[in-house]
Design a protein around this ligand. Structure first.
Ligand SMILES: *Cc1c(COP(=O)(O)O)cnc(C)c1O
Length: 397
């Protein structure tokens, strides 16, 4: 099909919720994507932090082929070797004791919210079901996760929202302290607000939140849907801080593009879920579990994490040099291979200009250009991306 034909069909049949670029991707290879017009794009978006291993990684291709040869899906009435091995792997590479498999970030967060409410009710009392989340946060598009998301503009058309959520400003201990009361079950936060503009939680803030949570007997849930899976140079972002969350959610980079999410919880919290409390038809099926296991076995390797950190150092060094050259770049922030360029103006035109020159990045929070390259990038790819950014900023001067 011709590109125009594809776009026209999309316009005709899709619900118009996404603003798509007029590009139709045909295939990918390594860190590059190709479109129907024969254009090649360097992908510093990675399907929004999903394709950490790039495209057509042989281990992922083989895992999916194995699922295809054996069984793609069984119900959760049965066991499969791939899903139990994956659960074991996730537990052995984290501070958690139990795992629940879902199919997306929002669905993982729904599970975490339910678990925290059950815990609150049974441990603290019938009304202890409130969840405190952060302004500018993003937790998903389903009703409970939309409610958890601290962005009024996303709420407006969809009330009534789910009761029992409160919002406080991020990196602000006082706001959090005055918001906690005897009905609080959990504090729910991203350690790096990705959609919110790559805003990193301060070390001191997290230390204080942990102290406060302990004093008040409330859970800490970290949403690592975007920051998990080696994105920040550690397997999970919480490892950059000095604490163990009670519950963690993960999804995006988990299975290299096969939809999958998970809730990881401390044993003593997870035990409040009983048979019948939660479920998912597709969650953890052999297709997703095999793709995830292949992905996790690679990204958990110390050499792989070293590579991510080495590339991150190189990327930040190059971005800092750009910042020196172009005053429109106010600051560079992030951890590992999630980085944000905070601009003095709108980031959307910059994102658009990059795309026209063959580089995919993303624009968030109005003035932030977010880069989320595949974790397998090499220095030459960073040089190529930075040369395009240099070009774009020089033309915008
Ligand atoms: C993307 C994202 C979600 C939602 O994930 P979906 O798979 O789109 O439901 C939730 N939380 C964070 C932090 C995210 O980045």
């Amino acid at each position: 099909m011709k590109k125009e034909e594809i776009i026209n069909l999309g316009e005709q049949y899709f619900m118009p919720v996404f603003q798509r670029a007029p590009i139709s991707i045909t295939h990918g290879e390594g860190v590059y994507l190709y479109d129907a017009d024969g254009n090649k794009y360097l992908d510093f978006l990675s399907g929004i932090a999903v394709n950490g291993l790039g495209y057509n990684h042989p281990a992922v291709v083989e895992a999916i082929a194995e699922a295809n040869r054996t069984v793609l899906h069984i119900s959760n009435y049965f066991y499969s070797e791939s899903s139990v091995k994956l659960a074991q792997h996730l537990v052995e590479h984290s501070v958690f004791g139990k795992v629940f498999f879902a199919n997306s970030g929002a669905e993982a967060n729904e599970g975490a919210i339910k678990l925290a409410r059950k815990w609150g009710r049974e441990v603290k009392g019938e009304n202890a079901v409130d969840i405190i989340t952060m302004q500018q946060s993003f937790h998903g598009r389903t009703m409970a996760t939309l409610t958890a998301t601290g962005q009024d503009n996303l709420h407006q058309a969809f009330g009534p929202l789910v009761p029992g959520f409160k919002y406080v400003s991020f990196n602000d201990l006082e706001a959090l302290t005055s918001s906690i009361d005897e009905n609080t079950a959990a504090i729910f936060l991203e350690l790096i607000q990705g959609e919110g503009g790559v805003i990193v939680a301060d070390q001191d803030y997290v230390d204080d939140v942990v102290k406060l949570a302990k004093e008040q007997n409330v859970l800490i849930i970290v949403d690592e849907v975007q920051t998990g899976n080696a994105r920040t140079g550690k397997l999970y972002a919480y490892e950059h801080y000095d604490f163990e969350p009670d519950i963690l959610t993960t999804a995006k980079g988990m299975a290299s593009g096969v939809p999958m999410g998970a809730v990881l919880a401390k044993e003593e919290v997870a035990e409040y879920f009983k048979p019948g409390d939660h479920g998912s038809t597709f969650g953890g099926n052999p297709l997703a579990s095999l793709a995830a296991l292949a992905t996790q076995e690679i990204i958990a390797e110390p050499e792989f994490l070293n590579h991510v950190n080495e590339m991150a150092d190189y990327l930040v060094e190059k971005l800092e040099a750009l910042k020196e050259k172009y005053p429109v770049i106010n600051s560079i922030r992030g951890k590992g291979l999630i980085q944000g360029l905070v601009l003095g103006g709108e980031s959307k035109p910059v994102f658009q200009a990059c795309m026209d020159k063959g580089l995919f990045v993303s624009a968030t929070a109005g003035n932030v250009l977010r880069v989320l390259p595949p974790l397998i990038i090499e220095k030459e790819h960073i040089d190529e991306a930075v040369a395009i950014l240099d070009d774009v900023f020089s033309e915008k001067e």
